[in-house]
Design a protein around this ligand. Structure first.
Ligand SMILES: Cc1cc2nc3c(=O)[nH]c(=O)nc-3n(C[C@H](O)[C@H](O)[C@H](O)COP(=O)(O)O)c2cc1C
Length: 337
């Protein structure tokens, strides 16, 4: 909500966020995307350098490739080399934790290796059953997935984050994940990069027309990011809002709804492919937009945005009401000054 009479100077607005015990300069994480192929080394090196400089967090893409082929390890480990003090998030897929038809589940040693490869501060388990369903080589044996996560959280040296990749997480699933020992949730909702559409393109390139059609049919399947944030905000875990966050203004809305950080994928990957200056410029614009939103909402700190009040309209409102999330959102009140 706009405050026509803010009692704060724009320049003194505090944009720091705390995530899993670490203070970040901005409530932003570069979403896990790359690793394991030729260009990934340069992209990860560049993104990590900027993450270190700007005091933001960074995830890497699935590290399965490096477990299969150790020659690919540098495409991930370059992140820690370039960002010695940044909050860095390792990444593994849920399908690798569950035995598949032609692949055993990863063992304790592999999972340790994934974390130590980048000296990670946390480990994200990506929940990507939509993607696996569309992929020609997809792994959809999911029975026992929650138990596998529980086993992982018990033995992991670092906090485990459950991370959807574009179909969203409901409050009910977040509660199950919390009971399994997960320490943060990345809701990865609908509204940004469509992993189903990406897989549809890959299927088309392999002349697999049935999978291409499936991917296109399910391109918008799942829970929109804003709705997922509104639901998971009531669960009491740190929360990353990813999926279609394109600006500091989007970030302000997500944080007002209850997110701790926002995750940004494709825009930062595209910027990285243009060069370091583009990434720096993207983050600077994000920072200025976020600062402006916090100032105009009349609060001093980005973490106070939930107190600034909000109005939810249209389809988001319908989703939130039907899923019974409304009370969680409406409980937030304006501060007394
Ligand atoms: C090229 C690309 C590769 C990705 N690879 C991974 C991955 O390996 N592991 C993962 O957890 N998420 C992966 N993602 C999902 C992103 O982390 C993020 O959730 C998604 O792109 C939505 O954010 P966006 O709308 O800002 O792009 C990938 C996304 C892109 C665009």
């Amino acid at each position: 909500m706009h405050d026509a009479l803010p009692d704060v100077d724009a320049a003194e607005v505090d944009l720091h966020a705390t995530f899993l015990g670490r203070k970040l300069a901005l409530p932003l994480v570069i979403s896990g995307m790359t690793g394991g192929h030729g260009r990934a080394l340069a992209v990860n090196e560049l993104l990590a350098r900027v993450a270190e400089k700007r005091g933001i967090a960074m995830g890497v893409g699935s590290q399965r490739a490096a477990l299969r082929d150790p020659m690919l390890v540098p495409t991930y480990s370059v992140v820690r080399q370039s960002a010695p003090t940044a909050f860095v998030i390792a990444n593994v897929g849920i399908s690798q934790l569950v035995k598949q038809d032609r692949e055993a589940a990863l063992g304790a040693r592999d999972l340790n290796e994934i974390v130590s490869m980048i000296k990670a501060n946390a480990l994200a388990v990506h929940l990507n059953y939509l993607e696996e369903s569309v992929q020609p080589e997809g792994q959809t044996r999911a029975r026992g997935a929650l138990a596998a996560i529980r086993a992982l959280t018990k033995r992991s040296r670092v906090p485990v984050i459950a991370k959807e990749t574009g179909a969203g997480i409901t409050k009910e699933v977040a509660l199950r994940l919390r009971r399994a020992g997960v320490k943060a949730i990345d809701v990865g909702g609908v509204g940004g990069t469509s992993i189903a559409a990406v897989e549809a393109m890959r299927a088309a390139a392999q002349s697999d027309m049935a999978r291409m059609s499936l991917g296109n049919r399910f391109r918008d399947w799942g829970v929109p990011t804003a709705v997922a944030v509104a639901g998971v905000a009531g669960v009491g875990l740190p929360l990353i809002a990813t999926g279609g966050v394109r600006s500091g203004l989007d970030a302000a809305k997500a944080i007002a709804l209850g997110a701790t950080l926002v995750g940004v994928g494709r825009p930062l990957l595209q910027a990285a492919l243009r060069g370091e200056q583009s990434v720096e410029q993207w983050i600077s614009e994000f920072e200025l937009e976020l600062r402006t939103a916090v100032f105009l909402a009349g609060v001093r700190r980005v973490v106070d945005l939930p107190k600034a009040g909000l109005v939810i309209t249209g389809a988001s409102r319908q989703w939130i009401e039907q899923l019974g999330y409304r009370r969680t959102v409406l409980r937030q009140k304006r501060p007394r000054r």
